[in-house]
Design a protein around this ligand. Structure first.
Ligand code: CTP
Length: 397
């Protein structure tokens, strides 16, 4: 609930500005007070009159309005809120924020504020994917700005892809979580994710079919409950989660080093599909076809990161969660794996090709702990992640 919370809503100049009208209604329904600020471009898409009618408050637009400076200066205006929300956050606004510009009321407020800031980006898919926008996004995240969306879908400009502003109810939910603090506030949680690549020579490697979707969803769910998440990821297909500390690695040995470097943590979730073996002698130069005999690869065993962390004497996380990807005798194999590795829980799943789980969007898991095995129905990976994160929060207390 948002009763008594004040949101400073900065509306940027994009077609998604129309969604702000509904957003204001939703926020007020939940008891929030909304102070609207519009950029000059925003007034091309929605009128100040609509915004002020819905917010029940005056709309602020001009940095140099002297009467208002006498009433409430921009510094004060930037500090009265519990949260500053920029929606839609256009590519231009994001660039100005990342660069520290302050050349109108909106950007000056964003520079002067000492309250948490959340942005809901909205723009054409090419603009979102542009390296400049992605660079600015990374800068903003590094500055502690929370990011909601954008969603993928049909866009007003006729293209398809990421760039649609999150829906008003999604933004409201994100604000509620951010303002409530969340049960994992103050906790540090490690998540490993994705495949590892084990090099054969400078151009070839051995990998597996992990997309990183489940690990990424878990990192997001833990973040949404307020945890500080260290996300150690192999070269995964899916986009990196926002608002977490990302450590990119390639091989199992690099992943091990990153994991040990991230300790101590309150909980570790080992969702990565780590290669069990690496090529014993990586060739420093490309193996040529014309050398006569076919190459024979010899393997060496990789470190078992989950087992090592589970068996640490010092620095062992209070809760260690492993995954078991099995194709046969899921329950028996996973139960034995929990004992062998020494972790607290095992999230077991059947990755036989017929299930479509590996690389797919759904998962059906069995959660195994010392108390027994719990069968979860098949559901979308983000839903599995949310329930697992909730369980972790309950267990860490
Ligand atoms: N794991 C790890 N380091 C490895 C291999 C696996 O941390 N070198 C972790 C995975 O992240 C996962 C769990 O161990 O949480 C289980 O991985 P899995 O490959 O299913 O187990 P293995 O020990 O490799 O057993 P097997 O391949 O024989 O089924």
């Amino acid at each position: 609930m948002l009763t008594g919370k004040r949101i400073l809503l900065i509306v940027g100049g994009g077609i998604a500005a129309y969604k702000c009208l509904d957003l204001i209604r939703r926020l007020r329904e939940r008891g929030a007070m909304v102070t609207p600020v519009m950029t000059r471009a925003a007034t091309q898409f929605v009128t100040p009159l609509s915004l002020s009618a819905l917010a029940g408050e005056e709309v602020h637009q001009d940095l140099f309005d002297l009467t208002k400076e006498a009433e409430m200066g921009h510094i004060q205006l930037s500090r009265v809120a519990d949260m500053v929300l920029v929606a839609p956050a256009t590519a231009d606004l994001m660039a100005k924020m990342a660069g520290g510009h302050a050349n109108d009321l909106a950007t000056t407020l964003l520079m002067a504020t000492d309250t948490p800031v959340m942005i809901a980006p909205a723009m054409n898919v090419r603009m979102w994917d542009h390296p400049a926008t992605q660079r600015n996004l990374a800068v903003l995240q590094g500055d502690g700005v929370r990011v909601i969306g954008p969603n993928s879908g049909d866009m007003a400009c006729g293209e398809y892809g990421p760039g649609r502003m999150s829906e008003p109810l999604e933004i409201v939910a994100a604000l509620e979580t951010a303002l409530a603090g969340g049960p994992l506030q103050g906790k540090r949680v490690l998540v490993t994710s994705g495949p590892t690549h084990e090099p054969i020579d400078p151009v070839r490697y051995i990998a597996n079919r992990s997309s990183g979707a489940q690990g990424t969803a878990i990192a997001e769910a833990l973040r949404d409950l307020g945890a500080h998440v260290v996300f150690v990821t192999g070269p995964a297909e899916v986009a990196r989660p926002a608002g977490v500390e990302v450590v990119e690695v390639e091989t199992a040995r690099e992943m091990r080093a990153a994991v040990l470097g991230a300790l101590p943590v309150d909980a570790g979730v080992f969702a990565a599909a780590v290669a069990d073996w690496r090529v014993a002698r990586e060739s420093g130069s490309k193996i040529k076809k014309d050398k006569g005999a076919l190459p024979v690869l010899e393997f060496a065993e990789n470190p078992d990161i989950l087992a090592e962390v589970s068996q640490l004497k010092d620095n062992r996380p209070a809760l260690v969660v492993g995954f078991a990807a099995e194709t046969d005798d899921v329950l028996a194999n996973a139960t034995a794996k929990r004992k062998r590795k020494g972790c607290d829980w095992i999230v077991a799943n059947d990755v036989s090709p017929a299930t479509g789980i590996m690389g797919g969007s759904e998962n059906a898991i069995v959660l195994i702990s010392q108390d027994g095995a719990e069968d979860w129905p098949r559901m979308a990976k983000p839903e599995v992640a949310r329930r697992l994160a909730q369980r972790i929060a309950e267990t860490l207390g």
